[in-house]
Design a protein around this ligand. Structure first.
Ligand code: SAM
Length: 659
């Protein structure tokens, strides 16, 4: 579990870390020192003007108050004639400062106020792992946790990631655990060709360590009265991939792009493409958006957490935090969708669920702000109506209107770029012509496109040649129930086996059924009864449920899921391609015998979101686009591997189940 920084402010208003007995920035002029040591000595202004890639990546050890970040952001904004269009700032922080301390610390810099306010607005609650925050063309990846653990958790390829290192952190004598050879080595593994570093210290072992790691190292004049500091550069590439070859993602220059589908996956994908200036043509089979699994009136948004900090739990926890930032920023930019961040109560309606919930609490892997236990009385107070069950409460969760959310997301994307939207355009076939793709819609042909993203939920396999991806279809029906005066008092989402929402426009949503291997979307009276019986079975004795009105509507949709209940995104992968490229995988040898050539190069999948797309789609979309654009990923290596399209193939190859 992450611990916050304990600090005080000295007589000059500078924050001082109690455990390290060291200042976060210089008492004299911390901002000028930050600029001199880190920004200027990595020659960032000059390099931005001739940078060969769209994004320039800075990585920093020790986020602290974010002063280095804010300075780099302001300098990036003010840099004239820059070639780099985006700044990507990665920072590692073991002891994140509490938000209230951050506000006080940043009050020191009125000249950065506009930037500081934006950072404070998005500053994440403490949770180990990567928190990606967007500020227009500037992206911050705040990796919470020890820098050594975070570096080991990241996913990086053989080209490296980082253009400039800000080697900050408390003085080596006060923080010896951080200043280790393994840190210097990792800095080199992540370094792109010609990457630089700068650090305030000139300690001998730091210079030697960086040299041993592969940097050219040079002493220069320190800031103000300080005699020396150290700078350097990688001239011979030292980057080293930490992702096994079969699960490595390959970047592609995205030019002519088609997105097929009209739900939350397509909308978030087009949104994240927009953020990189990539125009898309979207094809939706229906006459309006969100007619598939995103069509419910109210959908709960909450993370699916297990007691253990498994890759799946890590994925859900961070998806949720990212989704909240994503949705809040849509609202802040004036887009509307009905929602309530009213919390979600996971009710302990059965003994086995109570046991599972107690186990989660005892293992203590998740912070209280994310999820905490409540007894039946507390649950009733939270709910505003009586409930006989305690449970786990997720205060930042809630519900949204999925169709309105999908529209708002796409509206926001279209406000940024001129995307083309095709409705009533069901794509029935894909044809590969050379390196490009033609899309068939009845008699009509669209394209050619270089890259096609299939985000068609349960229909996603229809356009794939070969064996497909093992998608399963699970039918779910949600019933709409008229509120009563008593039920209108419900003010949080109740999750029992299904869910029951606070009323919106006089109706509650109650669901959902779960019928495997069904693609039928007819409304069934029987399913309404099932929903009611399940709900009444748990809450039938509560006064507030007695006067509930009629079921006066329902929606049925198909959830597309995979065997491991995790989404899939990335290049469509097929068994024979992996057998050819990695013939020794069955013997535990990952070496590549042949280049991995995909038959369907440029055909990408983004599906398998199941019933949890409202929580997971934004982060998946961001990770998918980031990987193609050769940017740092917002998810850890283990999470990325768990979502990779070749995960089932490599697992089966390893087990010798396919040869
Ligand atoms: N760059 C910061 C700024 O602009 O405000 C100041 C950094 S402050 C001097 C050093 C930071 O390094 C502290 O926030 C501290 O918690 C963090 N830190 C120390 N050891 C660390 C470690 N092993 N992993 C990650 N962060 C660490």
């Amino acid at each position: 579990m992450i611990t916050h920084a304990t600090l005080h402010f000295n007589e000059t208003g500078t924050p001082v870390a109690d455990d390290f007995d060291d200042v976060y920035f210089s008492n004299d002029d911390g901002l000028a020192e930050s600029d001199y040591v880190f920004y200027q000595h990595n020659q960032i202004d000059e390099r931005l003007k001739s940078h060969p890639r769209r994004h320039f990546v800075i990585a920093e050890t020790g986020f602290g108050t974010g002063l280095n970040f804010l300075n780099a952001w302001q300098r990036f904004d003010n840099c004239e004639n820059r070639q780099a269009q985006a700044l990507h700032f990665i920072s590692f922080e073991k002891f994140p400062i509490r938000k209230e301390d951050l506000v006080i610390a940043l009050n020191n810099w009125p000249q950065l106020k506009g930037y500081a306010d934006k950072l404070i607005a998005q500053y994440p609650d403490a949770l180990a792992g990567c928190h990606r925050l967007h500020f227009g063309d500037v992206t911050l990846d705040l990796w919470i946790g020890d820098v050594h653990d975070s570096l080991a958790a990241m996913n990086y390829g053989s080209q490296g990631l980082v253009d400039a290192w800000f080697l900050d952190g408390f003085a080596p004598s006060k923080n010896p655990d951080m200043w280790q050879q393994s840190l210097f080595d990792a800095m080199a593994y992540l370094a792109r060709e010609n990457a630089t570093f700068a650090t305030f210290t000139a300690a001998g072992f730091v210079r030697r360590g960086l040299k041993d790691a592969g940097f050219e190292v040079q002493k220069v004049k320190g800031y103000g009265r300080k005699r020396e500091m150290v700078v350097g550069k990688i001239t011979t590439p030292t980057a080293k991939a930490n992702c096994l070859a079969p699960l490595r993602r390959m970047p592609r220059a995205l030019k002519k792009v088609a997105v097929i589908g009209g739900g939350i996956a397509s909308a978030t994908l087009v949104h994240r493409l927009s953020a990189r200036g990539i125009v898309a043509s979207l094809f939706c089979a229906d006459d309006s958006l969100a007619q598939g699994a995103s069509q419910n009136n109210q959908g709960a948004v909450y993370p699916h957490l297990q007691a253990d900090n498994s890759p799946s739990s890590e994925f859900f926890a961070h998806s949720f935090a990212y989704a909240r930032r994503f949705y809040d920023s849509l609202l802040a930019s004036g887009h509307h969708f009905d929602h309530q961040w009213c919390g979600v109560l996971l009710q302990g309606v059965k003994e086995e669920i109570v046991k599972r919930q107690t186990n989660l609490v005892e293992k203590d892997n998740w912070p209280n702000w994310l999820i905490h236990q409540v007894d039946a009385q507390q649950a009733s107070e939270i709910a505003g109506v009586e409930t006989p069950y305690g449970g786990l409460f997720i205060p930042k969760a809630g519900w949204v209107s999925p169709p309105q959310l999908v529209k708002a997301t796409l509206d926001a994307a279209c406000a940024q770029l001129n995307h083309t939207l095709h409705f009533n355009a069901p794509i029935t076939a894909l044809e590969k012509v050379g390196n490009q793709w033609l899309l068939q819609s009845g008699e009509q042909e669209h394209g050619p496109f270089d890259d096609v993203f299939v985000c068609m939920g349960e229909h996603s396999e229809q356009l794939l040649q070969g064996k497909g991806i093992g998608l399963q279809s699970v039918r779910g029906q949600v019933s709409h129930l008229a509120q009563s005066d008593a039920s209108a008092k419900l003010k949080t989402v109740l999750c029992h086996k299904g869910y029951f929402t606070p009323s919106a426009l006089g109706e509650h949503c109650m669901g959902a059924t779960f019928t495997k291997d069904s693609q039928e979307r007819d409304i069934r009276e029987q399913d309404n009864q099932t929903n009611w019986q399940q709900f009444a079975g748990f809450y039938g004795d509560c006064e507030w449920t007695k006067e509930l009105g009629q079921i006066n509507g329902a929606k049925a949709a198909i959830r597309a899921t995979l065997a491991d209940h995790l989404p899939i995104f990335g290049q469509y992968a097929q068994e024979h391609e992996y057998i050819h490229a990695f013939p020794m995988l069955g013997k535990g040898k990952w070496q590549q015998a042949q280049p991995l050539n995909h038959d369907a190069q440029g055909l990408h999948l983004f599906t398998g979101l199941g019933a949890r797309g409202l929580c997971t789609a934004p982060l998946c979309a961001e990770a998918l686009v980031a990987s193609l654009c050769d940017e740092p990923l917002p998810i850890s290596l283990r999470v990325d591997n768990a979502l990779h399209p070749a995960r089932f193939i490599t697992r089966n190859l390893k087990r010798g189940q396919i040869t």
